[in-house]
Design a protein around this ligand. Sequence first.
Ligand SMILES: NC(=O)c1ccc[n+]([C@@H]2O[C@H](COP(=O)([O-])OP(=O)(O)OC[C@H]3O[C@@H](n4cnc5c(N)ncnc54)[C@H](O)[C@@H]3O)[C@@H](O)[C@H]2O)c1
Ligand SMILES: O=C(O)C(=O)C[C@@H](O)[C@H](O)[C@H](O)COP(=O)(O)O
Ligand SMILES: [Zn+2]
Length: 348
Amino acid sequence: MDNSVIIGSGALPALAELLYRPAVSRVFVLVDSNTARQCLPALLPHLPADYKLIEIPAGEEYKTLASCDTVWCELTGQHADRHAVLVNLGGGVVTDLGGFAAALYKRGIRFVQVPTTLLAQVDASVGGKTGVDFQGYKNQLGVFQVPAGVFIEPKFLETLDPRQLKSGYAEVVKHWLIADAEAFNTNRRLGWLTDDWTSIIQESVALKQRIVADDPLEAGPRKLLNFGHTVGHAIESYLLTQPGREALHGEAVAAGMVCESWLSVQRGLLSAEELDKIETFVFSVFDKLDFVTLETNAIAEFALQDKKNAGATINCTLLSGIGQGVYDQPVTVAEIAESLRYYHRLQA
Ligand SMILES: NC(=O)c1ccc[n+]([C@@H]2O[C@H](COP(=O)([O-])OP(=O)(O)OC[C@H]3O[C@@H](n4cnc5c(N)ncnc54)[C@H](O)[C@@H]3O)[C@@H](O)[C@H]2O)c1
Ligand SMILES: O=C(O)C(=O)C[C@@H](O)[C@H](O)[C@H](O)COP(=O)(O)O
Ligand SMILES: [Zn+2]
């Protein structure tokens, strides 16, 4: 098997070709409660008749070890051997969790990603980061493990809620901000809705693959892909503790990109004019997130668990221009809280 990414109408037939190889003993398909209904029917013609389904509940709150337990119990109960393949059919929760569960089962069985949200198609399914949340911290447990293949069928997006589509678009904007000024400038003029998601997916995947190829284990330049996430994960984690106020991953990253762009201006890395362009575009797509000034210190504290930190130093990825990320920029909890207060004061 190779670890290629196939995008378009050939993706599911190519997956079938892989699954029917003699080296594959059994096929397991991981879905969540939504992808079981909305996406599995399109996959069925490409699966061997004796595949086994494993289902977890939908949503970030189920990206846990308890859901991995469900996967491991099923694999064990069905006597899955090391030649089994796990097909992860879903958004980033399913692809992250399924990759992690597969990597640990009997020290590792092969898995393939069949991403069904825009976010998972442009970002989560590519690059080999897998994991689950733990004690309220995002992706606190995880491994780098490359899938045996990534099969992207953009038609899956037809049933996706527009709020989820926007969430995925945040990661596309992130890719432009760290590495493609021209695409950022073109698309901010065109607006976010398009009838050609395939091209957006192809370009985003190619950009991410280039960065990951240079630094698969995130020792250096891969940290660029974490732009917006030091603050974004802090917001997402905090709001997950507030029932009814949860933000989607991309929504939190969009807010995080505004905060981290503001921090970039404070460092003298980015101009006020560039910050204005970023804010204008972000708020043309995303509503402002709901938190108040009183909560900003508690939110900022979550950054103390960020994976890019070194000891007590919080290392953030900032921008030295539109299309140009810079990693390992130390920031403090107080500065993050200040950036959240800046965000809160903005008129969306
Ligand atoms: N590994 C990485 O590099 C990476 C990158 C970015 C994000 N992530 C992770 O990805 C997760 C977010 O992923 P997400 O935004 O895909 O969320 P998600 O997996 O929760 O999916 C969003 C919702 O859409 C539903 N859904 C999925 N596909 C559908 C379809 N085609 N039609 C209708 N409904 C569908 C899901 O059931 C869910 O309710 C976060 O946990 C984030 O940390 C990982
Ligand atoms: O692939 C990467 O590298 C990324 O950072 C992509 C991010 O969009 C993604 O949210 C990732 O899961 C964040 O990783 P983490 O190491 O901050 O948990
Ligand atoms: Zn992300």
